[in-house]
Design a protein around this ligand. Structure first.
Ligand SMILES: Cc1cc2nc3c(=O)[nH]c(=O)nc-3n(C[C@H](O)[C@H](O)[C@H](O)COP(=O)(O)O)c2cc1C
Length: 225
């Protein structure tokens, strides 16, 4: 593919327009055959992404809003999914943790390019129990725990060399006390109010199905693409 740089703004625009989307064989999605609830379909699509070798298939964008109502978003890894919702972990004192404390509603977006599939989940977020958060934290590698224990996520880094030194000190502390838990490291669950499945088609007749929570389970609505 041609380099998109060069040629000024018009050149970039033209080259971006020249990048093909969905020009590959894609699965067909038949909403009439979709299960009655969204977790089963999500797990089917995730399993197919894993089987197809999609890199980081469990990576998702978490969108939140801050105290001023301004949106924010970042990529996290999915920690689990069950009837209660979609789980992710983060530091309670990070920007996302602060945003969720003041406005506990969020959206998750998954994209699996190999299959041309997107899943969007919206709902209410609640922090898990101290035990569940601790179990998730202790299940991580020593290096990941050492990094989490730095507790400076998203703060200004004035001396780049300090980060490596701080991580080495933190790793030594983790090795001395492997059962130490950072109580601010939190396992959150997003309880879905709606979940939308989007399947691209080369024909551009994309297929969308939204599950909306109702009093007794889920209702399913096909959507225009
Ligand atoms: C693939 C990928 C996975 C990530 N997983 C996590 C994660 O599970 N938890 C986390 O706190 N940050 C994770 N990050 C870093 C976040 O995107 C983000 O930089 C960090 O959480 C700070 O966000 P905040 O300033 O909005 O709180 C990940 C980044 C990428 C690219």
């Amino acid at each position: 593919m041609a380099d998109i740089r060069g040629g000024g703004d018009v050149g970039v625009r033209q080259r971006l327009r020249g990048i093909e989307v969905f020009a590959r064989p894609l699965p067909r999605f038949v909403p009439e055959r979709a299960p009655a609830e969204p977790v089963a379909l999500f797990l089917d699509w995730l399993a197919e992404a894993v089987a197809a070798g999609v890199p980081d298939p469990h990576a998702m964008t978490l969108s939140t809003v801050d105290a001023s109502g301004d949106p924010d978003a970042r990529v996290l890894v999915l920690k689990g999914v069950d009837g209660a919702g979609w789980q992710f972990a983060g530091h309670a004192f990070s920007p996302k943790g602060g945003q969720l404390a003041c406005h506990p509603r969020a959206a998750l977006t998954f994209y699996w390019p190999e299959h041309g599939r997107q899943v969007r989940v919206r709902g209410t977020v609640a922090p898990g129990s101290a035990q569940d958060s601790a179990a998730d934290f202790l299940g991580r590698s020593a290096t990941a725990r050492a990094e989490a224990l730095l507790g400076c996520q998203s703060q200004y880094l004035t001396d780049p060399a300090e980060q490596g030194r701080a991580l080495a000190r933190s790793l030594a502390a983790v090795e001395r006390e492997p059962s130490f838990v950072d109580s601010a490291r939190t396992l959150y669950t997003l309880a879905p109010a709606e979940v939308e499945f989007w399947q691209a088609a080369e024909s551009r007749v994309h297929t969308r199905l939204r599950y909306e929570r109702c009093r007794v389970g889920w209702e399913r609505f096909p959507l225009w693409s």
